[in-house]
Design a protein around this ligand. Structure first.
Ligand SMILES: NC(=O)c1ccc[n+]([C@@H]2O[C@H](COP(=O)([O-])OP(=O)(O)OC[C@H]3O[C@@H](n4cnc5c(N)ncnc54)[C@H](O)[C@@H]3O)[C@@H](O)[C@H]2O)c1
Ligand SMILES: O=P(O)(O)OC[C@@H](O)[C@@H](O)[C@H](O)[C@H](O)CO
Length: 384
């Protein structure tokens, strides 16, 4: 069995690639970073260093690597004979990898088995986004004979790696890769690291609205407090207090919407907060807070749960006054989305900015409180 994995970054090497390798699957990385690809091509192996209470090193070897920008022919051939295609590139990048996947699928001989395509991104139904882009790019009318598409939820904290780490990756011990079983029709590959589920929606939302909402809030508030590491940020009592308030709101939504048992959700949240405290993991508020435009978009970790809470007449005050307000004030250098967000806040009127940032319609019940937070930040930007 063979997998082509797009994105040989932190999650690619430290999680998805590792689990595919451990399942005995032939692994091919595809990435646009020439330095990374040539390092992978020259290396026999790399090591995944698990840090925390149970440190462990795992060697990954036997992989190949293709530069997807410079060697489309090889990439097409690899996909044409693969069984699995996965991605961990960022949800906004999926449209750029879709043409290569479409070309590889089109090159598969008629009658060959169908490829399982799975996007492993932090987004609700990222594979649906990828599938739509592949369908736009696929030449022919037999795509459904060549591939099927399955949504996933991936969870493992993999920080940005030290400059001298080479290909090695430092990761936390915990991981969960939940995959929608239904498109596999009873023929799931034997990947011991995968948790197969019949209804993925609750898993995706529980992960995104607990871990990622809490993580982002910790990062944005930590950054405002001048803190560099996530483990230090969550140790700050005022940061923790707000994160707890935010997660009380998202937990209430998850319990009401998906019927999670309250005690189970509480334990899930507590375990996540403990993961944030892992001081052996060199994770930073800049990495976790990155991409505020994506993170504040309508279906992501802040506005999606807040909007659903408001629609149900439940409180989203901490999400708006804690998470959103801190995100609007998150201004590290070097993140294009930070620059874009501050430009929107400096240049638009309040209604245009509110809608552009959050995607909320002006008649949505969450809109007035979000607009108020935007107006407060616009006043600061105008006065600075
Ligand atoms: N790091 C984590 O803790 C974590 C955990 C769960 C999910 N995720 C998600 O996984 C995805 C990847 O995150 P990451 O932390 O590994 O980021 P990363 O920046 O370490 O890796 C992304 C990789 O994608 C490559 N890439 C960019 N454009 C590409 C293209 N057009 N074709 C092929 N490769 C391309 C980059 O060169 C990079 O190597 C994101 O969606 C993220 O939200 C991350
Ligand atoms: O990758 P992002 O930018 O969507 O979110 C940053 C972190 O919250 C994220 O990478 C977590 O570490 C990860 O989702 C843990 O499973």
């Amino acid at each position: 069995m063979k997998a082509v994995h797009f994105g040989a970054g932190n999650i690619g090497r430290g999680f998805v690639g590792l689990l595919l390798h451990e399942a005995g699957i032939e692994l091919v990385f595809a990435d646009v970073s020439e330095g990374l690809i040539s390092a992978l091509q020259q290396a026999d192996s790399y090591t995944v260093h698990q840090v925390g209470e149970n440190p462990k090193d795992t060697v990954v070897d036997g992989f190949r690597a293709v530069n997807s920008a410079q060697d489309p022919q090889t990439l097409t051939e690899e996909i044409a004979s693969a069984d699995i295609v996965t991605t961990a590139v960022g949800v906004h990048i999926l449209k750029f990898v879709a043409p290569a996947i479409a070309a590889g699928l089109a090159a598969r001989p008629a009658g060959s088995s169908r490829v399982a395509v799975m996007a492993c991104e932090n987004a609700i139904n990222g594979t649906d986004v990828l599938e739509e882009e592949i369908r736009k790019n696929y030449e022919g009318d037999d795509l459904d004979e060549k591939a099927f598409f399955s949504n996933t939820a991936v969870d493992r904290i993999v920080p940005a790696q030290a400059a001298d780490a080479g290909l090695d990756v430092t990761v936390e011990e915990f991981y969960e890769w939940a995959v929608d079983r239904t498109p596999f029709g009873g023929d799931e590959p034997d990947v011991p690291g995968i948790t197969w589920v019949d209804d993925l929606a609750p898993y995706i939302e529980r992960k995104l609205f607990t871990l990622n909402t809490g993580h982002a809030t910790t990062a944005w508030l930590g950054w405002a407090a001048g803190i560099e590491k996530i483990s230090d940020a969550i140790a700050d009592p005022s940061v923790l207090e707000t994160v707890e308030a935010v997660l009380a709101e998202t937990s209430a939504l998850l319990v009401a919407k998906h019927g999670f048992d309250e005690a189970t959700q509480r334990a899930y949240k507590e375990k996540i907060l403990k993961r944030f405290t892992n001081a052996a993991l060199p994770d930073t508020v800049e990495r976790v807070g990155r991409g505020p435009i994506r993170k504040l978009s309508r279906h992501d970790r802040v506005i999606a749960p807040a909007a659903e809470l408001a629609e149900r007449g439940m409180s989203a005050e901490a999400l708006v006054c804690g998470s959103l307000a801190a995100a609007l004030r998150f201004t590290p250098e070097g993140d294009p989305e930070v620059t874009q967000l501050q430009e929107i806040l400096a240049g638009s009127d309040a209604d245009a900015a509110t809608t552009e940032i959050t995607g909320l319609a002006s008649d949505h019940p969450l809109y007035p409180s979000v607009r108020e937070a935007v107006v407060a930040r616009m006043a600061e930007v105008a006065g600075s």
